[in-house]
Write a protein that binds this ligand. Structure first.
Ligand code: NAD
Ligand code: UGA
Length: 439
């Protein structure tokens, strides 16, 4: 089967590479000519563990190719995936201009029956608009052809995207045609081993499923962050509370790790977009508004702890930052909490020296010369008044603490992800702060 994937970002590239890996012929299309040229040379636009290997392998064996010209590659395709961005518009709703442009491009270029699948995260009702664009484009060139529109939201996580795609918890497909259903069943069959389910439903429900999943995950995080902040006040340890509640299978251990707020390209925008859909329909999603407000505040919690420790005297102080990306194993800096903290420190007159194993080139676009770029975590600690752990990369898990202590002006550690043993640090002469672990 031949497939075209339009939009070669995180989702499009992972989708294309993983489909090719199991034997599908895939062309990844993007309007960004530089990205396509680089991919043809084996240079990936993103850092994603395991991706380079399967992109290279499948490019070399001819199953995966790259193009900027949809019209020249769409012929013979059974499925076209739309995997372009859906960034927030001014009011927070998902901006569909890229999705609808692609729908129009498909209608202008398709030459035979095609299943058009929206993989981008889109609000309920988008499939109807996609359908309209395709039909209009076909009418404009007097070429009416059969096609079906389906919704197949993507649930991969950055940093684990390849494994998530190859071994999905579930594949959700919104569809209203038996013909399209059998095409997609065939396409996804290789991913359904070991009882992994494919869940077919109507299109509106599939579109809503994606937002509901992200919104619930974001809710879990804001909930535990709120509890963590209360733990700080009442003298409880949120790590214990997390273990205590997570042992109940109805609650579960995942996504209840407190921290410095969720970031990334999806939770912040999807929570906003779903809240906006609620408003459009006169149904205020009060929980989601609180989730967003708690998250905005959570991005400031570490700065408040730093401010208190130094009695508000931050001018001229130096801070060493460990980790910049919004989570480990990615170079994605979109909505990263590190940016909020660094902006506050700089505004308070402090100096900031940073290290991230992978995200520094991306971060440089945001931070330019405002911070000092270091070659490793120890260089970031050298001469600093405190270190601040922002992103829990594995290489930050077991620092050489005696070395860190000699490097620091003052032995102070702020742990934004609760990965360090604060008692151990305190016994060894450090002042240490976590999230929801009262000192
Ligand atoms: P991205 O910004 O990384 O990539 C989008 C790509 O689409 C870009 O390369 C852009 O050049 C290209 N593009 C834009 N207009 C185009 C057009 N007309 N024709 C061809 N290419 C075009 O975006 P992403 O992170 O992959 O996200 C894509 C969608 O998937 C979003 O709706 C997002 O919410 C959703 N999603 C993302 C993730 C994730 O982890 N990043 C996970 C699940 C779902
Ligand atoms: C998230 C979802 O997990 C994916 O299922 C979804 O497909 C994707 O959004 C999307 O729609 O784009 P992602 O943003 O890549 O994936 O990463 P997550 O692992 O979900 O982390 C998001 C943020 O939440 C990070 O900043 C992370 O540090 C934070 N987080 C996560 C916590 O603070 N605590 C937790 O317990 C878990």
């Amino acid at each position: 089967m031949k497939v075209v994937v339009i939009g070669t970002g995180y989702v499009g590239l992972v989708t294309g590479a993983c489909l090719a890996e199991v034997g599908t012929e895939v062309v990844c299309v993007d309007v960004n000519a530089e990205k396509i040229l680089n991919l043809q040379k084996g240079i990936l636009p993103i850092y994603e563990p395991g991706l380079e290997e399967i992109v290279t392998r499948n490019y070399e064996n001819g199953r995966l190719s790259f193009s900027t010209d949809l019209a020249s590659v769409i012929e013979g395709a059974a499925v076209a995936f739309i995997a372009v961005g859906t960034p927030p518009g001014e009011d927070g709703s998902a901006d569909l201009k890229y999705v609808l442009q692609v729908a129009k491009d498909i209608g202008s270029s398709m030459s035979d029956y095609l299943v058009v699948v929206t993989k981008s995260t889109v609000p309920v009702g988008t499939a109807v608009k996609v359908n309209r664009e395709i039909k209009q484009a076909m009418m404009d060139r007097d070429a009416l052809m059969d096609y079906d529109v389906a919704s197949n939201p993507e649930f991969l996580k950055e940093g684990a995207a390849v494994q998530d795609f190859l071994k999905p918890d579930r594949i959700v497909i919104g569809i209203n045609s038996e013909r399209a259903k059998s095409v997609l069943e065939q396409l996804y069959h290789p991913f359904l081993l070991n009882g992994r389910p494919i869940v077919f439903m109507d299109i509106a429900s599939a579109e809503m499923t994606k937002y509901a999943a992200n919104a619930l995950l974001a809710t879990k995080i804001s909930f535990i962050n709120d509890i963590a902040n209360l733990c700080d006040l009442v003298g409880a340890d949120v790590n214990m509370v997390r273990k205590g509640i997570g042992s109940d299978p109805r609650i579960g251990h995942s996504f209840i790790y407190p921290g410095i707020g969720y970031g990334g390209s999806c939770f912040p925008k999807d929570v906003k977009a779903l809240a906006q859909t609620g408003k459009e329909y006169g149904h205020k999603l009060r929980i989601l508004e609180a989730v967003e407000a708690v998250n905005d505040d959570q991005k400031k919690v570490m700065f408040e702890k730093i401010w208190r420790h130094f009695d508000g005297q931050l001018t001229g102080k130096v801070f060493g930052i460990w980790g910049l990306s919004f989570k480990p194993n990615t170079d994605d800096m979109r909505e990263a909490s590190s940016l909020v903290l660094i902006a506050s420190l700089l505004q308070a007159g402090a100096k900031v020296q940073v290290f991230d194993p992978v995200a520094m080139p991306e971060a440089r676009r945001e931070l330019g010369n405002e911070v000092e770029w270091c070659t490793d975590m120890y260089a970031a600690a050298a001469g600093a008044d405190a270190v601040i752990l922002i992103t829990e990369w594995n290489e930050f898990r077991l620092p050489d603490w005696p070395r860190v202590k000699t490097l620091l002006n003052e032995p102070v550690v702020f742990d934004g992800r609760n990965i360090y043993d604060l008692d151990f640090l305190q016994k060894n002469g450090f002042s240490s702060y976590g999230i929801g672990i009262s000192p």
